[in-house]
Design a protein around this ligand. Sequence first.
Ligand SMILES: NC(=O)C1=CN([C@@H]2O[C@H](COP(=O)(O)OP(=O)(O)OC[C@H]3O[C@@H](n4cnc5c(N)ncnc54)[C@H](OP(=O)(O)O)[C@@H]3O)[C@@H](O)[C@H]2O)C=CC1
Ligand SMILES: CC(=O)N[C@@H](CCC(=O)OP(=O)(O)O)C(=O)O
Length: 339
Amino acid sequence: MLRVAVYGASGYTGLELLKLLARHPHAQVTAVTTRQEDTPTLEQVHPQLTGLFDLWLEQLTADEVAQRADVAFTCLPHAASAEVVKELVDRGLRVIDLSADYRLTDRAIYEHWYGVTHPDPERLTTTPYGLPELFREEIRGAKLVANPGCYPTAAILGLAPLLRAGLIETSGIVIDAKSGVSGAGRNPKQHLHFPECNENLSPYGVGTHRHMPEIDQVLSRVAGGRSGAVEVVFTPHLVPMDRGEMCTSYALPAADVTTESLNAALHAAYDNEPFISVVQTPPGTKDVAHSNRCHVYTRLVRGRVIVVSVIDNLIKGASGAAIQNFNLMHGLDETIALR
Ligand SMILES: NC(=O)C1=CN([C@@H]2O[C@H](COP(=O)(O)OP(=O)(O)OC[C@H]3O[C@@H](n4cnc5c(N)ncnc54)[C@H](OP(=O)(O)O)[C@@H]3O)[C@@H](O)[C@H]2O)C=CC1
Ligand SMILES: CC(=O)N[C@@H](CCC(=O)OP(=O)(O)O)C(=O)O
């Protein structure tokens, strides 16, 4: 049995993670942390967890956590997360970081897009990017894994097999993305207030969203330097629904591509993957809601390749992927607690 600590347990990814951990046969949650002075029970913070854990949220030092846990999930905002992660890794814990802190391998790019000094830059080049469908072997046995962002997960899963197969050009990729409001976390903000976001559809972070360099980095690696680095145009939209995420991506075909050859490349990549399905009718976010699944759909239309991918932002886009990485890091069946 692995003893598990969850940092930032009061948030949305913390909640989803705890629901999955509650049914994990090899995990026992022994610590849940908060910055707050009072110590509510998990049930008070998340009534959905009633009866599942006998735990209080606590302010704990890294030394205290190291005595109680073998593994930690850090469900914290970026920058705050790396401050904690470095202390835990130094004390021998394995860590799955749900924040963006270890995803970008270049410190200068991180500091440019996030506007903060990286608290633990030495680990940036050695931390695997936790997308098992692309980097499974690097994740196996790793001490620290960078869980991907939700939008990058959906976008990359749609585009990577087509890039790798040489079916799309590296330049000219456009990603039109949509997310439910839980993607922004539980902390209230004005644009997430019900009268502001209900019955409204709005783009944000146009040209400035920090997931753009993350997608570029991973797709450039997948393309293997073919025609230089990938630079996508990525525009996210906030959709008035609780959860779910869709990326509709457009790319230029690189060769004599057909809808059949596009589908063949996706099938070759995903037919043995437990959580990815290539579908033949346009997918919707409800098809994968509350699951660790991603559905991918592709067509060639008027000389453009279209790829649609859907995930649940809180599961395959965050906590489900974190459990998948936890399983891989510990040599367990990757699908435990996720089927
Ligand atoms: N929501 C999503 O769909 C996804 C989120 N992520 C990433 O996962 C991480 C967690 O996200 P999410 O659960 O949505 O966020 P939430 O805002 O819902 O929860 C984060 C928790 O972290 C704690 N916290 C907040 N600020 C700080 C701080 N400065 N220092 C330490 N602790 C803090 C808070 O707990 P307390 O007040 O009790 O201390 C809070 O409840 C973030 O990095 C996010 O970007 C990644 C993929 C998808
Ligand atoms: C709707 C909404 O606001 N979504 C978030 C995505 C959260 C996420 O996955 O971001 P991390 O990179 O921090 O993990 C955003 O656009 O910032």
